[in-house]
Design a protein around this ligand. Structure first.
Ligand code: URA
Ligand code: SF4
Length: 292
């Protein structure tokens, strides 16, 4: 299926270059495209992805620099955005020169999207070390996060904490945040517009924290930060955001529902560990991967 998809994309790109705006597709090509862009179900999108592509790990960056230095680029396979992003017209938001605390305050006063009026109790900005070398980006606050004002403190958060500890980090050592800072009603997936509205805050967070490596949790984070679709295909493959190596993997909420995918997630996380010169002590399997 992936081969067909690659060919279809190649042909479509060539035709677009020639100025063609419409193309006839064979049923096989249409099936490949449909499988790759199939919309995910709510509240967490990963579960619906029908096709499971083999993980194609890319060698991680070598640890051949001082710890504080920016990470050397790993071999990166940037996914092709398979669907154009709908245009969103929003007032621009210039956060340059703002500190993390100033950005946090701007978020607390924000009304750039409807989520500020959708029943959120408070904004949820971040948790962890503002100087962290490792950053995790999720989707958006749920009920527990909305109540406490801290990301990833509910059931998914507990699993994320186990994942972090399995990677031989302490939760306080990493930086954790989300695509949207306000809880979507009923834990639904944030809309494209909501994610777009909130993105300037996340961009500034990344700029200020300057992590050496980012882990994207789930397809919402993958879409909004990298404009790529399909966590099932992309997880485990190094990507890049502004020269920062990015590892997409499954969202912990998805792993709670589909625990058999924990092993794949653990493989992804081990690639990140290598960036930091860490390796799991064999034959230990971290609680995150082993827990039912
Ligand atoms: N899921 C997320 O994506 N973020 C949180 O903060 C909690 C659950
Ligand atoms: Fe503002 Fe983001 Fe909250 Fe929307 S989700 S109101 S953009 S802080």
């Amino acid at each position: 299926m992936e081969d067909v998809l690659g060919q279809v994309i190649g042909v479509l790109k060539a035709r677009r270059l020639k100025g063609e705006r419409r193309a006839w597709l064979s049923p096989e090509a249409r099936a490949a495209l449909a499988a790759s862009v199939a919309p995910a179900p709510r509240p967490r999108p990963e579960a619906a992805v029908a096709v499971s592509a083999p993980v194609r790990p890319v060698p991680p960056p070598e640890l051949d620099r001082p710890a504080a230095a920016p990470a050397r680029s790993p071999a990166v396979e940037t996914p092709v955005p398979l669907a154009p992003a709908p245009a969103v017209s929003l007032p621009s938001l210039d956060l340059s020169g703002r500190s993390l605390e100033e950005v946090r305050a701007a978020v607390a006063a924000c009304s750039r999207c409807d989520l500020c009026r959708a029943g959120r109790r408070q904004t949820v900005f971040s948790d962890g070390d503002p100087h962290a070398e490792l950053m995790f980006i999720g989707e958006g606050p749920g009920a527990d996060e909305d109540a406490q004002g801290i990301p990833f403190v509910g059931a998914a958060g507990q699993l994320l904490t186990k994942m972090i500890e399995g990677m031989q980090f302490r939760r306080q050592e990493v930086y954790i945040c989300n695509i949207v800072k306000c809880r979507p009603p009923n834990n639904r997936q944030p809309t494209h517009e909501e994610g777009e509205a909130c993105l300037p805050y996340l961009r500034r967070q990344i700029e200020l924290v300057k992590p050496r490596c980012i882990v994207l949790l789930g397809s919402t984070a993958l879409w909004h930060l990298l404009r790529a679709k399909g966590i099932t295909k992309t997880h485990g493959q190094w990507q890049k955001f502004n020269d920062i190596p990015v590892m997409p993997t499954y969202h912990p909420s998805f792993l709670l529902r589909v625990p058999e995918r924990k092993r794949e997630c653990w493989n992804d996380l081990q690639q990140v560990m290598k960036v930091f010169g860490k390796s799991p002590k064999p034959p230990a399997v971290p609680a995150a991967a082993a827990a039912p």
